[in-house]
Design a protein around this ligand. Structure first.
Ligand SMILES: C[S@@+](CC[C@H](N)C(=O)[O-])C[C@H]1O[C@@H](n2cnc3c(N)ncnc32)[C@H](O)[C@@H]1O
Length: 233
C-alpha cells in the first residue's frame, strides 16, 4: 500500500467474515451450495453478458474461483482478483486440477489491483463490493470503469437495500436464511448487516452513474439484493 496516501482504506484487512481464514475458505463452496445454485448463477451471467472466445473478463472478489473457472471455458482470458491469499491459493489449485491455463490469479482488490494488460470487455463482481464503505465504493467504481473498453459492461451483484421497509426486509431475509442455511446462515447475514458496508439502492445507483456507468438493467430481490448490468458510457 506504499503508493497510496496514509488515509487510504486498507482493503486487505478483512471486514466482517474472515476470508483469510483457511477453514472459512475450505467451507465456502459447501456452505454457499446450501442456499445458492452457483453454477446456474454463473451460467446466467455468462449468457446474459454473452461472454465469448474473443473476450477478456476481470472478476473482483473471485473467492474459490467458481465464476472464473466457469467463464474460462468461454472467454479468452479471465483475471481473478481477490484480497484473500487463501482464497486465491484455493481457486488456483482448483483451476490447475482442471488443466485451466487462461485464468490469471491476482492478489489485490477494488482499490489496489493494477491491471497492466489491455482494457477488458467485462468486469464482474458478486457479493464483494459491500466490503467497502460508500466513500471507497466511489473510488472502486471509477477504477472499474477505467478498466473497461468503451462499450464494455459491468455486472454487479451485491447486498443493497431498498430504503422503504428496509428493517422489515432485513428481518425477513434473516428469517428466510434460517430455513435454508440454519444457524450459520443466520449468523452470517446478521454479521453482514452489522459489520459490512451494504448501502441503499439510491446510493449505489448514484455511485454507478457518477462513476460513468449507464445502468442498463437493475433487478431487486427481497428488497436486500440487487443485480445491476451497466455499460461504460
Ligand atoms: C462473499 S465472497 C463472494 C465470492 C463470490 N464472488 C460469490 O459470489 O460467491 C467475497 C469475496 O470478496 C473478497 N473481497 C473482500 N474485499 C475485497 C476487495 N476490497 N476487493 C476484492 N475482493 C474482496 C473476499 O476475500 C471474498 O473472497
Amino acid at each position: 500500500m506504499s503508493d497510496f496516501p496514509a488515509w487510504q482504506f486498507d482493503e486487505l484487512k478483512q471486514v466482517g467474515k474472515d476470508y483469510a481464514d483457511v477453514s472459512e475458505v475450505e467451507a465456502f463452496d459447501v456452505f454457499h451450495g446450501q442456499f445458492r445454485d452457483v453454477k446456474k448463477e454463473n451460467e446466467r451471467i455468462i449468457e446474459t453478458l454473452s461472454i465469448q472466445k474473443q473476450h477478456s473478463v476481470i472478476e473482483f472478489g473471485s473467492a474459490t474461483g467458481a465464476f472464473a473457472i466457469q467463464a474460462s471455458s468461454r472467454a479468452k482470458q479471465v483475471y481473478a482478483v481477490d484480497v484473500s491469499s487463501a482464497m486465491l491459493a484455493f481457486a488456483e489449485k482448483k483451476a490447475a486440477l482442471r488443466g485451466i491455463s487462461n485464468i490469471t490469479f491476482c492478489h489485490g482488490g477494488f482499490l489496489t489491483y493494477e491491471h497492466t494488460n489491455a482494457p477488458v470487455d467485462f468486469v464482474v463482481s458478486s457479493l464483494a463490493l459491500y466490503h467497502l464503505p460508500d466513500f471507497w465504493k466511489d473510488t472502486a467504481l471509477r477504477r472499474l470503469h477505467a478498466l473497461l473498453n468503451p462499450g464494455g459492461r459491468f455486472w454487479l451483484y451485491d447486498v443493497v437495500y431498498i430504503e422503504k421497509g428496509h428493517k422489515k426486509n432485513i428481518q425477513e431475509w434473516i428469517e428466510s436464511m434460517e430455513k435454508i442455511g440454519g444457524t450459520e446462515a443466520v449468523e452470517d447475514v446478521t454479521m453482514h448487516v452489522r459489520e459490512e458496508y451494504s448501502t441503499f439502492t439510491w446510493v449505489m445507483e448514484g455511485l454507478l452513474e457518477n462513476a460513468g456507468f449507464t445502468i442498463d438493467h437493475a433487478q431487486y430481490d427481497k428488497g436486500v439484493l440487487a443485480e445491476y448490468i451497466c455499460s461504460r458510457k
